[in-house]
Design a protein around this ligand. Sequence first.
Ligand code: DUC
Ligand code: ZN
Ligand code: ZN
Length: 469
Amino acid sequence: TLITNGTVVSATGAIPHDVLVQDETVVALLSPGTAEATGITADTVLDATGCYVVPGGIDAHTHMELPFGGTSASDTFETGTVAAAHGGTTTIIDFAVQTAGGDLRDSLDTWYAKAEGNCAVDYAFHMIVGGVDDSSLKLMGDLVAEGITSFKLFMAYPGVFYSDDGQILRAMQRAAELGAMISMHAENGIAIDVLAAQAAARGETAPIHHGITRPARLEGEATFRAIQLALVAGAPVYFVHLSSSEALEQVSRARAEGHNVFAETCPQYLYLTLEDHLGAPGDDGFEGAKYVCSAPLRSKHESHGRDLWRGLRTNDLSIVATDHCPFCYKDQKELGREDFRAIPNGIGGVEHRMDLIFQGVVTGELSLERWVETCSTTPARMFGLYPRKGVIAPGADADIVLYDPQARTTISAATHHMTMDYSAYEGFEVAGGVRTVMSRGRVVVDRGTYHGSKGHGRFLPRGLSSYLR
Ligand code: DUC
Ligand code: ZN
Ligand code: ZN
């Protein structure tokens, strides 16, 4: 296949090039129009006139089928990866889950079984270690050898996923030994549970109280603490779903000191706010349940959104991932109608990340190159998939998106492919849009039509991070 007349965008530039793909792999980038003169004939020509030709998106944070609060995230690996493909994401890194008391090996095997043969695009796993003990610490070595080279710990959710500081330190020491990455959910869950119980006792049970009882200070505090533990252990640490100025300040300071401290943010923290989406204090409306996620949406009267865009520019935030964790409003979010603590936490967005962050290019918040870097190249480098993924270069997998900056779409649950009965971005008007998506040389989406198949997506064993300083 020859992709002609497009502008190939990488993390370092945007250059008109034709791209030659053979089977599953990129074999050459050619000066525009020179293929024939060099004796190359292609069976298929994809005309990319007017399009950016970008490496397929990598969503480094998804939760397909995650069991949570007595229910399960509504996208399966099949539906979630089809939705990802529609949005120009050709790799997901999902979180296999060990909860407290579970066995790490069995938990991971359950995750392999959920995904295998069902995915439309390639997938890899991080491992949530919900029970740090001698057995799981030992097994971390086996997992690294299998290509699961990052481990998520939770400072939130006592009794479910939570690790105390001693457990965190031990897991970090083990990660340091193995060269593995520690991903951290940094919110002080012990303090949050106290605030949430106090709110509930006062009768403050509406969704807004989910946000109010998870203050940004408790994200900042946990972020600081995790950084200190990581420095003591000599391990790199990567903060997932960073949502607040307070947490960013800690990451920025550690990075300025040269430490291996990294963070991602998510579109919901760039576009949605506490007041506009969770409801106002005293507003007992339940619609806000649609926007209950953790870390929570932050106040529009503070500096969070502005600071997060700045962090993306300065690389204090290296990656945009979605934390795709979809629950339907009906029957799932409604579990918390009487008490916000029972609302399953999560927002679905795997389909819209590339489009939503492209809006930052349109408004001048980010460069075109930075869009590709935060959404594809850095996730590949951070999590050991580079240069197979994250770049259009000879030898790389032909995961390629033709992105049309002139397209116009409106996000809606009526047209999205995720199995959610609402969209957190309902009515958002998007400038730009995915035209064609190729996964390992095969066109899986073209002009909104799905041409892929279940089981095309393969498990990707990952190497160690190539992003550490
Ligand atoms: N946050 C969410 O919003 N959902 C699942 C887990 C998490 O940490
Ligand atoms: Zn989390
Ligand atoms: Zn998550």
